[in-house]
Design a protein around this ligand. Structure first.
Ligand SMILES: [Ca+2]
Ligand SMILES: [Ca+2]
Ligand SMILES: [Ca+2]
Length: 378
């Protein structure tokens, strides 16, 4: 059963209607008095399919208005760039287009001034004219939902309505949509209401997660480490452009938070290389070295590349074979021991890598021979 609230309904009317529904449920069948579980269809799609369709969904903070930038790129351009750099195959989707004219996918579903209740109306098929229906027009695998700033109150019910609509879309279309749901950013000056709202949204979402809904929480309020001061604050320059909207530094932090959540979700789509740590090494200056780094990737077809840091001077790693070779330099003992790290990376979607650490001690060349001469003299 689909539930929705109309934005024009006052909260008290909504509470009245809800209590009427619960009351009548109770009269008919006491065992069904609890709030109904959200209806999830079994996941028919593999989230690891080739291209991930991502819908940035929200208000002006998603559009990027009032950010101090002439191009409205919001967090979207930084996020796009970081996803491409990580080898994601990604398509941003939505009916809106904003951002600079090149370099990233400008599609999004951010609507300046919109409340959570309005997004609930338009995300699927509640629009009275039937003309809007964002999700049907631009299907998404992942929705980045940052909503609640406009007409902020402490109640999570409108956000829950959005999630119910998305569930209904999933059921109707046998599709699977993962919602990355933001604890929204705070404002300048910080507001206790933001924190209350976020806590209530999180509690609501956690119940749904426990019941199998595909939701990941992204904590923009705190974990993104946004500084809730204006960018030109003379004492503490912050990450906000005005009292509601991030400056580009704030958007960069939001992008990193979304990226982390997307990584957490898509981690399952590519297994990291398995690397055998060769253990600590001991050599002498001028030694010829051949040390093979042993690694494999459980995913068929993934090719591996090798890089190393802080090798003793004179040594290098072959990026393709993983063989560490060369002759250790004459004065290399002066920097001993070396804290070596070797990183093995795959070419999966997204990229994954594994790093191993070991130490490499290098003794001076003479230390071996001086004692031998002394032995002969005696
Ligand atoms: Ca697109
Ligand atoms: Ca769902
Ligand atoms: Ca792999």
């Amino acid at each position: 059963m689909k539930t929705k609230s109309h934005p024009a309904l006052s909260l008290s009317l909504r509470i009245f209607l809800l209590s009427s529904v619960i009351g009548s449920l109770f009269q008919v069948s006491p065992s069904f008095a609890a709030v109904p579980e959200p209806q999830e269809t079994p996941a028919p799609q593999d989230i690891c399919k080739t291209t991930v369709r991502v819908m940035p969904l929200g208000d002006s903070i998603t559009v990027g208005k009032s950010s101090g930038a002439t191009d409205w790129i919001a967090y979207r351009k930084d996020l796009w760039n970081s996803l491409i750099a990580a080898n994601y195959s990604v398509d941003f989707v939505g009916s809106q287009i904003n951002g600079d004219s090149s370099g990233f996918d400008q599609d999004h579903e951010g609507h300046g001034g919109y409340t959570d209740a309005q997004v609930a109306t338009y995300i699927y098929n509640n629009d009275p004219d039937g003309k809007v229906n964002w999700l049907s027009k631009n299907p998404a695998d992942v929705i980045l939902l940052h909503i609640g700033t406009n007409s902020l109150d402490e109640f999570p019910d409108d956000v829950e309505d959005i999630l119910n609509e998305i569930d209904q879309y999933e059921a109707d279309t046998s599709s699977r949509v993962t919602v990355i749901l933001a604890r929204i950013i705070d404002r300048v000056p910080p507001s206790q209401m933001t924190n209350k709202f976020n806590n209530n949204v999180e509690a609501m979402a956690q119940k749904r997660i426990d019941n199998g809904d595909d939701i990941i929480l992204a904590d923009m309020e705190d974990d993104a480490l946004i500084i809730y001061k204006l960018f030109d604050d003379p004492v503490t320059p912050g990450d906000m452009y005005n009292y509601l909207h991030p400056y580009h530094t704030g958007y960069t932090k939001m992008a990193a938070e979304w990226k982390q959540a997307i990584d957490d979700l898509y981690m399952q789509c590519n297994t990291a290389p398995v690397v055998t740590n060769p253990g600590n090494q001991v050599s002498r200056e001028r030694d010829q070295v051949s040390l093979q780094i042993e690694a494999l990737d459980p995913d068929p077809g993934d090719a591996l590349t090798y890089t190393a840091e802080r090798l003793p001077p004179g040594l290098s790693i072959d990026g393709t074979s993983g063989m560490i070779g060369g002759a250790i330099s004459a004065a290399a003992s002066q920097g001993s021991p070396y804290a070596v790290s070797v990183t093995v990376s795959d070419n999966g979607n997204p990229f994954r890598s594994t790093e191993v650490f070991f130490s490499w001690e290098v003794y001076p060349w003479r230390d071996i021979f001086v004692p031998l001469i002394l032995v002969r003299k005696n």
